[in-house]
Design a protein around this ligand. Structure first.
Ligand code: R5P
Length: 269
């Protein structure tokens, strides 16, 4: 791994905990103005101080995020179908030159293992990795997101391992209750978990806690943060689990304490 690649990755992972809390706000690329992201600038502005990295499309980045920020950016570079179409029919939408122009710390795309366009999306991942490595740009492969299929350790393990074999430097996938540690063991690159559909805050904290306990390198979480009634309190509670080994009860207590405070008063390192 060259210096540029290492430097970009080290900006994403907290030097003390070695883990990351990425804020996923890319959902509009196929879902449109989804709940919690109807006004992306407002959502992002209040959560950015607590995010180790922002996972976002170029359109929202350019229009809704100040270029003065120092938070690293992971750019979603795939898309195509809307939520009304065949989701696996994605292609690369954003060039490496654009990612470099936008000073991205990494690029991310989806692969659709077991779905209609499995082979094409996996080949595209290979091409993206080839190009990204010329510039020291990390690639995050996103697996198993956005489809109702059995998300068990066998399937997730298959998808994550394929992503790593093709050359992804990080993988984002879902958490599964049973044998998640086997998914991690079988994947030689760091795994971050997506949060999935909104669930009660304590359950989402439990999911993050279990994933970290079983070897995840962090979260790339969206709806369970920005669809909470108290998004800034929620992301800080997630940070406490990921970076400070809080138990679920301690983190939920923190959430309840922070949710009563003004957003500007809340800071958890
Ligand atoms: C899919 O829409 C994206 O890759 C999201 O970034 C990913 O699903 C994480 O967001 P959430 O925690 O809402 O699942």
């Amino acid at each position: 791994m060259g210096w540029g690649m290492k430097n970009r990755l080290s900006g994403i992972f907290n030097p003390k905990s070695g883990k990351t809390v990425m804020l996923a706000v890319d959902h509009g690329y196929f879902q449109g103005p989804t709940t919690g992201l109807k006004k992306p600038r407002e959502t992002i502005t209040q959560l950015l101080p607590y995010s180790d990295c922002l996972f976002v499309t170029r359109g929202i980045l350019r229009n809704c995020v100040s270029p003065a920020i120092s938070t690293p950016i992971f750019l979603r570079v795939s898309g195509g179908p809307s939520v009304l179409g065949e989701l696996s029919n994605e292609d690369l939408t954003t060039s490496m030159k654009e990612a470099l122009r936008l000073n991205a710390s990494g690029v991310g795309m989806s692969i659709f293992v077991g779905e209609k366009n499995e082979d094409r999306t996996i080949s595209s991942l290979g091409r993206l990795v080839n190009e990204a490595e010329e510039y020291g740009m990390p690639v995050l492969a996103i697996t198993a997101v956005g489809k109702e299929m059995a998300r068990d350790a066998r399937y997730l393990g298959l998808a994550c391992r394929i992503a790593a074999e093709i050359g992804a430097h990080m993988v984002k996938t879902y958490y599964c209750e049973e044998d998640f540690e086997k998914v991690v063991e079988g994947c030689p690159v760091p795994i971050v978990i997506a949060g999935g559909k909104k669930i009660p805050e304590k359950d989402a904290l439990q999911m993050a806690f279990s994933a970290i306990s079983k070897g995840a390198a962090g979260v790339d979480m969206g709806r369970n943060i920005f669809q909470s009634e108290h998004p800034a309190a929620m992301i800080q509670a997630i940070r406490a689990v990921v970076h400070e080994n809080y138990s679920v009860d301690e983190a939920f207590e923190l959430f309840n304490k922070l949710k009563g405070q003004k957003v500007v008063d809340r800071v958890v390192e």
